[in-house]
Design a protein around this ligand. Structure first.
Ligand code: ZN
Length: 443
């Protein structure tokens, strides 16, 4: 994510979600759950994502759950309906809605208190309908009630909102039952897996390297960059970044800027949804379009002492990819990174978020990422790079900590790279500005 006014704030893409189908034959545990943030369920198997309307793959053994989004006349809110088709094997189903939800209708559910609704056993017309506040601001990694500048907003003619993620818990008889979600937008609009755009728009798509890019351009705005060039850039990045976690679909909204005070220059949420202010350029080391795309390729989970890599590598690769695509000069990037070695971040230690000056993970993180990338290339005669480290992080099932990262620097590079990694991430020592940080072997 990029704050509107500079290099600040935490990404929210840690909250990438999966919907799980619990399926473990022979287990005596006849229950399942899909919670609002369940990226690490050891029992879950991804059986459905919700990138586009879809039919359930096996309605005999799954709760088919359609989340339908509706823009309503009352500005600042939107409506969500859940429509369920329940299989014979289902024994119970409990849904806990987000605290901000206001239920307006229900069928086949009874209210169990505390925002929780229990299925009555009805086999048809099982649904919940509620309203959610649309306007949200970002604060310390959380989205909260709007405070004048927005991360999500309902502008009346159009809106960009976050999809609510209710918790589901259920039990079954005999055959295990999963949960499959699909999403729909009533009227004009489009939905990814975590974001919804309401309003008139044009959609442009591009397929590249196993990914489908959906670019949503609202009628209320015009891109300041050439549309084809933007899709070319994203497609090229899709190929160049070989770090794994390549989502099938990337949902991109060009956010209108007229009449809205955005808090951020861009926001990435879920596996691969993001919006970027429509007037953001491509030809800049900060390239917010590529920055947010890089976030979609960060599927790993991080301990707090490695959290700096989230923004640091997004800033670094946005700049590096822009250079490789001929959008910016190496001098421009060097100037940007060199500015991060100055006193502004003098007391910041990357592995200790409590010590960060505002933006340290972005700016200082990018400087260190650049240095470590160069060292890894040199140590491996260009065979490996920081991408190799990120790919190994993405392949991990457990969260990665600072020690993990240093160990990877040693195995991908050598002991000297690991030592540099320790020094520059766990102390206030800084790498020396390199005369050519982007032109090591293999770059
Ligand atoms: Zn970011």
């Amino acid at each position: 994510m990029r704050l509107r006014s500079g290099l600040v704030c935490l990404t929210l893409c840690l909250c990438c979600f999966v919907f799980v189908a619990i399926s473990f034959p022979g287990s005596a545990t006849l229950s399942g759950s899909a919670e609002s943030a369940a990226p690490d369920s050891p029992l879950g198997t991804l059986i459905a994502s919700a990138a586009s309307p879809q039919e359930p793959t096996d309605q005999r053994s799954a709760i088919a759950y359609t989340q339908r989004f509706v823009q309503v006349k009352q500005q600042g809110t939107f409506q969500v309906s859940h429509e369920y088709r329940v299989p014979e094997e289902l024994r119970s189903l409990r849904v806990r809605l987000p605290p901000a939800a206001t239920v307006t209708d229900k069928s086949g559910f009874s209210h169990a208190g505390n925002g929780t609704y229990e299925w009555t056993g009805a086999r048809t017309a099982v649904s919940l309908t509620y309203r959610m506040p649309a306007n949200r601001s970002h604060d310390d990694g959380d989205l909260r009630v709007a405070s004048g500048e927005y991360a999500y907003v309902d502008a009346g003619e159009w809106a960009i909102v976050e999809q609510p993620r209710p918790d589901h818990h259920w039990t079954w008889d005999d055959q295990p039952v999963g949960l499959e979600r699909s999403v729909r937008v009533a009227g004009e609009g489009a939905a990814g897996q975590r974001m919804v755009y309401f309003g008139p728009y044009r959609e442009y798509t591009r397929k590249a390297h196993g990914q489908q890019f959906r670019l949503i351009v609202p009628e209320a705005t015009a891109l300041s960059v050439d549309r084809g060039a933007l899709l070319d850039s994203l497609a090229a990045a899709s190929d160049t970044l070989r770090v794994g976690d390549r989502d099938d679909e990337v949902f991109v909204v060009a956010a209108p800027t007229e009449g809205v005070e955005w808090q951020l220059r861009g926001l990435q949420r879920g596996p691969a949804d993001f919006w970027v202010q429509a007037d953001e350029p491509l030809a800049t080391p900060e390239n917010v379009w590529l920055h947010e795309y890089v976030h979609t390729r960060q599927g790993y989970r991080l301990a707090p002492d490695l959290e700096w890599t989230r923004e640091g590598t997004a800033v670094y690769y946005a700049a590096l990819l822009s250079l490789e695509q001929g959008l910016v000069s190496g001098d421009a990037i060097r100037a940007r990174l060199d500015s991060c070695a100055d006193g502004e971040f003098g007391a910041s230690t990357l592995s200790s978020p409590d010590t960060w000056a505002p933006g340290a993970d972005y700016c200082l993180g990018a400087l260190v990422a650049s240095d470590l990338d160069r060292r890894l290339r040199l140590a491996s005669d260009g065979e490996r790079s920081l991408q190799t480290v990120l790919r190994r992080l993405n392949a991990r099932e457990q969260p990665a900590a600072a020690a993990t990262f240093v160990a990877l620097l040693g195995s991908v590079g050598d002991g000297s790279v690991a030592a540099a990694g320790s020094l520059y991430t766990m102390t206030t020592e800084r790498p020396s500005p390199s005369p050519s940080p982007f032109r090591g072997p293999g770059s």
